[in-house]
Design a protein around this ligand. Structure first.
Ligand SMILES: Cc1cc2nc3c(=O)[nH]c(=O)nc-3n(C[C@H](O)[C@H](O)[C@H](O)COP(=O)(O)OP(=O)(O)OC[C@H]3O[C@@H](n4cnc5c(N)ncnc54)[C@H](O)[C@@H]3O)c2cc1C
Length: 414
């Protein structure tokens, strides 16, 4: 049995090891100069490879339930055990996020690369697959511009459009479409948000803890809390990534509201500010929020609330204090839109999962053709869920692609 895997990313490497376990002859074709290039960039170079708090609610797509079988079959526990057997020790943060103990994404790529070598998987880099056809005598012809290879089964693990610099491409969609598959609309998710820059520009590099609310015409589209990072064009950081889906897929004028003292209610913030007025009456407003918020953020909030910096603090009236408290807890920023695929971590949407068997990852349209990972219409939240999907779906596809099948399951459109 000869299995060709197109794409040497997370799903592709896992699929290769799994197919090899079944005794198949396995080749990975990777268009870049090395396998696992995107993996190296994950988790800010630390690779958040899984999450111990995973549930199906962390996944999205037109039919997110499609992911259930693969994720249960190769769950987080099995994944960590699998990696441990490859030599990778992991550590779990209180949030459930799993990282290599070395804190280096390179360790994840290294153990996979070494395992592929040891298992005897052929890895061909700088091999960009440009054509896929059914062979005349069964099987497939997989071609680059230079050569054509034969395979009994093929697994497409080309990933999605996100992160173009580290491998994001349309290629997987095109190859699957050439075999008759169809796809949903694509959106960049887990991505920074471009906002109106008047106040944000001065905050480049500032990090803050806060609650984020996404609103359109008075309707709340999404809410989250955690670390917010300000950039010269808008906002970023874990709390923002999570809500980027609502912005990326939403239409119309959207506003984000930041609560920069999320653990206090309005009255508590007002009291805090009144006390400061009492303790520092002769200092200038410039220092009014010093020690409560990051200095630059404090000054921006004052400007946003309509105050200058030079007046003494004792000149603040009760209504002024209320206005400042309100600005701290409802810093409203009009949204321009989500940044594009180049900046995104993940692609929402993809090849329609209803065209694949969730128990094997085999195409219902073309027997012996498989797909796994981000190329399919499944995406996860920020926190290791996307890599877990890549491992789980890759493992399942590899296992089944390596087995000779009796008769394929016919496709019934829902
Ligand atoms: C900056 C960044 C940080 C991230 N951090 C995390 C994180 O910490 N945790 C997490 O869970 N997820 C994270 N993700 C998402 C995660 O990396 C992806 O969801 C995951 O890598 C998808 O795996 P995949 O195998 O489907 O695709 P990929 O890992 O993208 O691999 C696809 C591979 O296929 C190759 N390829 C494409 N087309 C062809 C072709 N025609 N011929 C040959 N080769 C081809 C590509 O070069 C690539 O190497 C991050 C993503 C980015 C961009």
């Amino acid at each position: 049995m000869k299995v060709i895997i197109i794409g040497g990313g997370a799903a592709g490497m896992m699929a290769a090891l799994s197919a090899r376990e079944q005794g198949a002859e396995v080749t990975i074709l990777e268009r870049q100069a090395r396998v696992g290039k995107k993996l190296l960039a994950t988790g800010n170079g630390r690779c958040n490879l899984s999450n111990t708090k995973l549930t199906l609610k962390n996944y999205h797509g037109q039919d997110a339930k499609f992911a259930d079988f693969a994720l249960s079959n190769f769950d987080t526990e099995k994944t960590l055990e699998y990696f441990e057997n490859l030599g990778l020790i992991t550590t779990v943060e209180p949030s459930g996020k799993v990282y290599p103990l070395s804190d280096q994404a390179g360790s994840v790529v290294d153990v996979l690369r070494l395992a592929l070598e040891e298992a005897g998987v052929e890895v061909r880099t700088a091999f960009e697959v440009t054509g896929l056809r059914k062979g005349k005598k069964g099987g497939f012809q997989v071609s680059s511009k230079e050569e054509t290879l034969q395979a009994d089964s093929v697994i497409i693990c080309c990933g999605g459009m996100a992160g173009a610099k580290v491998g994001g491409t349309q290629s997987g969609y095109e190859l699957l479409k050439s075999m008759g598959h169809t796809m949903t609309k694509l959106f960049p998710v887990l991505v920074q948000i471009k906002t109106e820059a008047t106040y944000v520009k001065a905050l480049k590099g500032v990090r803050a803890d806060g609650a984020v609310l996404v609103e359109r015409n008075g309707k709340i589209l999404a809410e989250n809390a955690g670390e917010i990072q300000f950039t010269d064009f808008g906002v970023s950081g874990p709390a923002i990534f999570e809500i980027s889906r609502a912005i990326s897929t939403g239409k119309g004028p959207i506003t984000i509201h930041l609560n920069l003292l999320r653990n206090m209610n309005h009255e508590e913030v007002v009291t805090l500010l009144h006390n400061r007025k009492k303790t520092m009456p002769n200092q200038t407003l410039e220092n009014f929020l010093t020690g409560i918020l990051h200095n630059r953020l404090g000054r921006t909030i004052l400007r946003y609330a309509g105050f200058g910096f030079t007046d003494p603090i004792h000149t603040l009236k009760s209504s002024d204090i209320k206005r400042i408290a309100h600005a701290i807890q409802d810093f409203e920023i009009p949204v321009i839109g989500a940044m594009g695929f180049d900046a995104a971590q993940v692609t929402a949407g993809g090849i329609r999962t209803e065209e694949f068997n969730p128990k094997t990852m085999e195409s219902y349209l073309v027997p012996n053709l498989y797909a796994a990972g981000e190329v399919l219409d499944i995406d996860g939240d920020c926190g290791g869920y996307n890599l877990q999907w890549a491992w789980a779906s890759g493992y399942l596809a590899g296992k089944h692609a390596a087995q000779q099948k009796k008769s394929p399951t016919p496709y019934k459109k829902k």
